[in-house]
Every structure is written in structure tokens, then in C-alpha cells.
Design a protein. Structure first.
Length: 181
């Protein structure tokens, strides 16, 4: 398979992105597998996906209703083991109040538009093309590099650095004082 944008031949048919330009290739592989026919999007059981708002409300209702199961169980646990009822109180806040807050958050801040990503559809399909590809190459090709001339090699012995000892600076200061006197 070749990239339709830059023409780079890909290593395998399972390649998701072009190795040269970064173009998303999963849709191209599906078209090639179907002999050039774009496959119809597959729908789930309902035929449409939920919006973020609807999913958030469902999550909130689930948490709120879960409190009606968890809180009585924790009350029975507290009574059975004769401990203070701090676990049911925590569960009321986590599940009951948390579920209500999740529903309120979904209604106030999340989008009510249905998402276009259906089951079996690529999650990157809604990304604009300029965000779905890598930036153009900004490297220097290897052919532009040349080896150094014969006389310009540096000997590694010239690069050695000998760090001084801890007392060197003090000795230099004492020698300077003696010299100044």
C-alpha cells in the first residue's frame, strides 16, 4: 500500500499512519480492502450514538440509584459489626450526592450534540486533516554531512581535563599573598 498523500510505500497493510508524512491510513486500508468502495458506517443497536450530555446524565442516574443498594448494605454491615455508621454516611455522599452532581454537571456543561464516532468507526475520523498528520520534515539528510578532512581530526588526549584538588585554590591564594608582601 502506498500513502495517497506523499506516495511513501508502507511496510504492511496494518500500518495506521504514514511513516513519512503521518497521514492517517486506517480508512485508506478499508477502502483498498473493499476494492475502492467506501464502506458504510456500522451502527449499533440503537442506530445512533449518545451525546456527552446524555451519557453524563445516565452515569449520574446510575450512581444515584446505586446508593439505594450500597447504603442499606453498609448500614447492615455497621449494625452487624457494631461500628459507628461512618461508611453509610460516606456512601450517601459519594453515590447519592455524587450522582446528582454528575447529572447537574452534564446538564450544564456538556454538549447535547450526538457524537459521530460509531462502533467500528475510526476514533480519529472527526479530526481535521491538518491535525491528523505529522509536520513536514525539518531534518538535514544524511548525504549533506561530510567527514572531516584528513588533518583536522582531534586527538582525544588533547581533550582531557585535569580537575584541581580541594586545596589548590587555597594554595594559590596563599602564594598570591606571599608574592604581594
Amino acid at each position: 500500500m502506498h500513502c495517497p498523500k506523499c506516495g511513501q510505500q508502507q511496510i504492511s497493510e496494518e500500518t495506521r499512519f504514514c511513516s513519512r508524512c503521518g497521514l492517517l491510513l486506517s480508512g485508506v486500508a478499508e477502502v483498498l480492502a473493499n476494492n475502492g468502495i467506501v464502506p458504510a458506517p456500522q451502527t449499533g443497536l440503537t442506530g445512533a450514538s449518545d451525546s456527552a450530555k446524555r451519557r453524563g446524565i445516565k452515569q449520574g442516574v446510575f450512581l444515584f440509584l446505586l446508593s439505594f443498594l450500597v447504603v442499606p448494605l453498609l448500614i447492615m454491615f455497621s449494625v452487624a459489626f457494631n461500628i459507628k455508621p461512618f461508611l453509610p454516611i460516606i456512601a450517601v455522599f459519594l453515590f447519592g450526592v455524587g450522582g446528582i452532581l454528575r447529572m447537574v454537571y452534564a446538564m450544564m456543561f456538556e454538549s447535547g450534540l450526538a457524537t459521530t464516532n460509531l462502533p467500528g468507526q475510526n476514533a480519529f475520523a472527526s479530526i481535521p486533516e491538518n491535525r491528523g498528520s505529522l509536520p513536514s520534515s525539518q531534518t538535514t539528510p544524511a548525504s549533506a554531512y561530510v567527514s572531516p578532512a584528513a588533518g583536522s581530526w582531534r586527538d582525544t588526549n588533547d581533550l582531557q581535563y585535569q580537575p584541581g584538588t580541594v586545596t589548590d585554590s587555597t594554595t594559590k591564594l596563599l602564594e598570591k599573598e606571599e608574592h604581594d608582601q
